[in-house]
Write a protein that binds this ligand. Structure first.
Ligand SMILES: *Cc1c(COP(=O)(O)O)cnc(C)c1O
Length: 402
């Protein structure tokens, strides 16, 4: 899983030295985030955009770091619109998700939302009413839940199966007709966010090929097909929490470039990943409070737990763990396989099992990488009333705690 970057290590050592209680903290390497996302942007073919789905991590320093780089943001609630409003740089934003409130839609319209992704017939009627009352012609996309070819779905599927998201293809004609009949809505294209945790470049490019094959048909459902110009292909690029292999984004982009060049009247394409942008920059650091053996299993009891970093239990994996001894010492390798647990009074509070960390002592730090997306924000931090962890954002010249 690699080494801890020197800046992250230094920030943790300093935070631990300053902390009166044993340390628990999230650390985000904003420079690494910028480098990673700038590289993804550089690979995009012409006519292809990349938005960031902020539900993966909407902390203010993350958004401020990404705003100059990405084409825009994807949001799914009024609260997320507030997060964007606090960002120093304004960027276009788009709004998807089931169960949108009228109040959230009104906030989005007033804030100049670039496009709203429609999820149901009822939502089309509500948005038409709201847009009319605000005197706004609102660009919209219709979200599709297509029948996917066999083998192209994943463990977390939003399409190709029964879900609350978007329209089945059988209902698409009615959805297009409903939008065309709405005086204050303007259909600009379609949206498909089919899955999460895509680890296979091969399958993902097959998925994109499939959408592009369907595009002429979907577009042909409109009275004026030429007015539909863009296909939002969602996010879902996976992060390999077990082996640490990176998804080959450059290869996906190269394929897409050739595929779009070969298609007559190709759509403009928009990606909206969350996890693949934010995951790599984050680290969750836990200080070891106790070591013990129970029924033959060796435990490291650490400050914090799954109430602050729920990702490993949510995904059912053993998270990679890096060991940062408190004092420099010759660390024996091999030896015990450790189970890393937190402070919760439940046997489910396990972050990782079978970690061959050698000799670990009370006061050492364990650092869990790949913690930048769906980490702290999907957790239930008030459980057991432990204080919340610090979040440190490293930005070039050192840390800016919040
Ligand atoms: C969550 C979500 C995304 C981002 O998904 P990732 O798996 O984090 O890339 C993109 N689009 C929509 C509509 C979403 O709900």
């Amino acid at each position: 899983m690699g080494e801890l970057p020197a800046a992250v290590r230094a920030a943790l050592v300093e935070a631990q030295a300053q902390s009166s209680d044993p340390l628990v903290a999230f650390v985000y390497d904003l420079d690494a985030l910028r480098r990673h996302v700038a590289a993804l942007m550089a690979d995009l073919p012409p006519g292809v955009e990349l938005y960031y789905a902020i539900k993966a991590n909407s902390e203010a320093p993350i958004l401020a770091a990404l705003a100059p780089l990405v084409h825009g943001f994807e949001i799914s609630s009024g609260g997320e619109i507030d997060r964007l409003a606090a960002c120093p740089q304004r960027k276009p934003f788009i709004f998807s998700g089931p169960g949108k409130l009228d109040s959230d839609l009104r906030t989005a319209l007033s804030a100049g939302v670039e496009a709203i992704h429609l999820e149901s017939l009822g939502e089309i009627q509500r948005l038409q009413r709201l847009a009319r009352s605000l005197g706004r012609l609102q660009p919209v996309y219709i979200r599709i839940n297509p029948q996917l070819p066999a083998g192209l779905t994943s463990t977390l599927a939003m399409a190709g199966t029964a879900t609350p998201f978007g329209f089945d293809e059988a209902d698409l004609h009615a959805a297009v007709a409903a939008v065309e009949a709405a005086s204050h809505l303007q259909l600009q294209g379609f949206h498909v966010h089919a899955l999460s945790h895509q680890h296979s470049v091969e399958r993902h490019l097959q998925l994109l090929d499939f959408y592009l094959e369907r595009w002429p048909h979907w577009r042909g459902l409109a009275r004026r097909p030429e007015s539909l110009v863009r296909l939002n292909v969602g996010g879902g690029i996976g992060v390999d929490y077990r082996e640490g292999r990176r998804f080959d984004w450059a290869r996906l982009c190269a394929h897409l470039r050739a595929r779009l060049a070969a298609q007559a009247q190709p759509p403009l394409i928009r990606f909206e990943p969350g996890r693949f942008l934010a995951a790599f920059c984050g680290y969750y650091a836990m200080e070891v409070l106790d070591t013990k053996t129970s029924h033959g299993q060796h435990f490291l009891v650490c400050r914090g737990g799954t109430h602050q970093f729920r990702l490993p239990v949510a995904q059912g994996h053993d998270h990679p763990v890096l060991h940062l001894p408190r004092e420099a010492r010759a660390t024996a390798t091999g030896g015990k396989a450790w189970t890393v647990v937190g402070q919760l009074c439940t046997p489910k509070d396990i972050l990782s099992r079978g970690q061959p960390l050698g000799e670990v002592r009370v006061g050492d730090l364990l650092v869990l990488p790949l913690a930048g997306a769906y980490g702290y924000n999907i957790s239930h931090a008030d459980f057991l009333c432990h204080p919340r962890p610090r979040q440190l954002f490293l930005d070039g010249h050192g840390s800016a705690p919040t």
